[in-house]
Design a protein around this ligand. Sequence first.
Ligand SMILES: Nc1ncnc2c1ncn2[C@@H]1O[C@H](COP(=O)(O)OP(=O)(O)OP(=O)(O)O)[C@@H](O)[C@H]1O
Ligand SMILES: C[C@@](O)(CCO)CC(=O)[O-]
Ligand SMILES: [Mg+2]
Length: 426
Amino acid sequence: MVRKGWNLGSLVCRVGSPGFYLKMLAQESIVSSPGKVILHGEHAVVHGKVALAVGLNLRTFLRIRCSKHGKVLLNLPNLGTCLNWEVATLQTLKTAFPADSDGPKSPSPEQIAALKVFVGIASESADTENLAVLAFLYLYLSIGAKYSRALPSLEIIVWSELPTGAGLGSSAAYNVSMAAALLMAHGAVGFPAQEEAESARWTAEELNLINTWAFQGEKIIHGNPSGVDNAVGTWGGALRYHAGKITSLERVPKLRILLTNTKVPRSTKLLVAGVKDKVLKFPNILNPVLSSIDAISQECERVLKEVNQNPSADCYTVLEELFDINQHHLNVLGVGHPSLDRLCQVTASHGLHSKLTGAGGGGCGITLLRPDVDPAVVEAAKQQLKACGYECWETHIGAPGISLHVFSALREEVQKVFQTFEKAEL
Ligand SMILES: Nc1ncnc2c1ncn2[C@@H]1O[C@H](COP(=O)(O)OP(=O)(O)OP(=O)(O)O)[C@@H](O)[C@H]1O
Ligand SMILES: C[C@@](O)(CCO)CC(=O)[O-]
Ligand SMILES: [Mg+2]
């Protein structure tokens, strides 16, 4: 269903309690999307293989406000970036973003070039931080062109608990939150809040729309994304992703994971491009590696089911072995890093098994924690990892996807964080 403009009318019809909800939306909305952990299949998934990925309980929060000052404000405190543009100036980009009735389309090279000139980024710049601004402008202008005649005046602030560029899907959480907020602002998806609910989610159809737009933003940040990261940011839980087909994994056991951030910066876009070059150069050597990673994902899926139905120590041993094999494969693909080797060595010296997660080249690794692992062993491994300058934290997996926060204590906490970042002069 396509609705035009900042559609408070249909919103009120949908949710009831008109006075209250009108006030809520007229003031602001807060949405959040989770980061992700890829258990198996990173990089191979870009080449059409299976990946298994889960939502992480670290989230990106976005607050959107409709304003009357004729400007668009974008505040990105994680990047130390705060920009604003006159809506009238943004209108000048409308020739590159004409109104059309088709669904979301891939950003064209001409559109990206126009945005780079507008923002003042050299066309060959590899600075991924700027890409967040380009992804925002792309979504703002494209969604605006599709759903409204006039571009809206907005204030947007995005803050994340996720480390940026560390393999935990920060770009996808950013794009999913942005797509959801902008689609909601245009009435293209509803305002799903229900009184008394802490947070609310959209219908499957609306989530599909959010996911499809977020994928376009990912194309700007990643170049050639598979779509797995934005799928987890949208749907959350535990997913099997294969060539665009998203399947929710039912009855996944509560795996305990130690996440370690080596703090070595890297760019997903460059790493994905590097793997592509290598596969093109050595197809006969690397295609079997990608097929083997595919088989690892499928075996992992089978074992996860078994852990649920009939948990045994053997199941966890297989999961550990799959981590080890896949880590070797990822090194063969050229996305390892000495910091990740160190991580694997340290955890192995405590009898634990690790692999990189996400694009690699630094960033984060995951270590499987068996249910019966001695807490003293985990603590000793953590201390040694911290002594390497790494940051680590234990987590459980399977966080919910994109959500709207209406009445939660969480919302209040996030509001306070946002207030500390409100430095924009309008
Ligand atoms: N909170 C944020 N605010 C603004 N921009 C962000 C934020 N989080 C991520 N980004 C954008 O995403 C880029 C990082 O994306 P990248 O894909 O390289 O890493 P990642 O998504 O964290 O890791 P991976 O894709 O391997 O899971 C940043 O340089 C920035 O452009
Ligand atoms: C490296 C990669 O497989 C995962 C990044 O989180 C890239 C992608 O799937 O788009
Ligand atoms: Mg990313």
